[in-house]
Design a protein around this ligand. Structure first.
Ligand code: F0G
Length: 337
């Protein structure tokens, strides 16, 4: 029997013992040492493999809390804007809770696996002819008019759930100098910083954005964000101030990484560490490789989502398969070539 994170951390979360809990057994993800990466950056690096959550991303930590709170408040429906993972997670937890779910996603910019998840879990998937930022503005207006619970990370319960990843890391590592994390809507870095602070730890926080969608680096919103890392294709993060505070008060930084650097890290992790994450997740490692982590010796990179989410980008990146006749000699040639 595996426990979800509300059960595991109830004393540090805003849920009483009698409150309803909607859980899929999220959290308790592996912290995997990364020898090849450690060697390259001459430091000790671990990967927090959040792709092993129930729907394949860290969003499940926030969603167990947001949906449990929505049920407690008597909500009948939940809604979010999403680049994909939030929609998959919201759809799954809503299905579990018996709530209706609607998701707004940007047209043509959501990875196949995420779309399949949202649809399979029975969400109403609304495809906006625009980007994530426009979708988020629209859902925020919509929930002003209708009694639907908003489960984006502007919902404080999302951050409460996501801060538990920081608890898990400090339970495993006595010392931690720096955390490297991709930044999109800036909820997750805010949540980690909250979690670390609650347990009296202050690792340096390094946030990495895709170069074509790097408003925090530019210091201004980006009107038309573009990146291969569709999950973080965001031009105007909702948690802007909090994320900047996390990075400045921890003596970290926010930096940009190019799509080429993201894809290099993505292939490196799969080919050398045996870990398949999605492109946005690889931004944490790309950032560490490109910019370092201020000389930190013990570093955790957060891998936010599973590589299986986005088979299209993966197949674009790798060598073709080897066609072969069903004969031993031909197979021998193909295998030994
Ligand atoms: N990595 C992945 C795989 C994501 O899906 C996201 C955000 C992030 C990183 C960035 O996290 O927004 O808290 O800074 N995905 C959201 C979504 C926006 O709709 O699924 P953040």
């Amino acid at each position: 029997m595996s426990f979800g994170l509300i059960e595991r951390y109830r004393d540090r979360l805003p849920f009483a013992p009698e409150d309803p809990v909607v859980s899929l057994g999220e959290g308790s993800t592996p912290l995997v040492h990364a020898p090849a990466l450690s060697e390259r950056v001459e430091a000790d690096v671990w990967l927090k493999y959040e792709g092993l959550n129930p729907t394949g991303s860290f969003k499940d930590r926030g969603m167990t809390c947001a949906v449990s709170a929505a049920v407690r408040e008597g909500a009948e429906a939940v809604i979010c804007a999403s680049t994909g993972n939030t929609s998959a997670s919201a759809a799954a937890y809503a299905a579990r809770a018996g709530l209706r779910c609607a998701v707004l996603v940007p047209e043509g910019k959501i990875a196949t696996g995420k779309l399949a998840q949202a649809l399979m879990h029975g969400a109403r998937v609304i495809v906006i002819r625009g980007n994530f930022d426009q979708a988020l503005t629209l859902v925020r207006e919509l929930v002003e008019r209708h009694p639907i619970a908003l489960v984006n990370s502007v919902n404080r319960f999302r951050l409460e759930g996501q801060k538990t990843a920081a608890f898990e890391i400090v339970e495993e590592l006595d010392e931690l100098d720096a955390l490297c994390i991709p930044v999109g809507n800036a909820g997750n870095i805010t949540a980690y910083w909250k979690g670390f602070n609650e347990v009296g730890r202050r690792p340096r926080m390094f946030g990495f954005q895709a170069a074509g969608a790097a408003p925090l680096v530019a210091g201004a919103p980006v009107q038309h964000p573009e990146t291969v890392a569709s999950a973080i294709r965001i031009g105007n993060p909702a948690r802007w101030e909090e994320a900047m505070d996390a990075m400045t008060s921890s003596h970290g930084a926010v930096r940009a990484v190019s799509d080429a650097q993201i894809l290099d890290a993505y292939r490196f992790l799969a080919a050398r560490e045996g870990i398949f994450c999605e492109p946005a997740s690889a931004a944490s490692v790309a950032g560490l490789l490109a910019h370092g982590a201020g000389g930190a010796q013990r570093i955790v990179c957060v891998l936010t989502g599973h590589g299986l989410k986005d088979p299209g980008t993966a197949l674009d990146q790798v060598a073709a398969v080897v066609p072969c006749e069903p004969e031993l000699a031909a197979v021998e040639r193909a295998v030994l070539a």
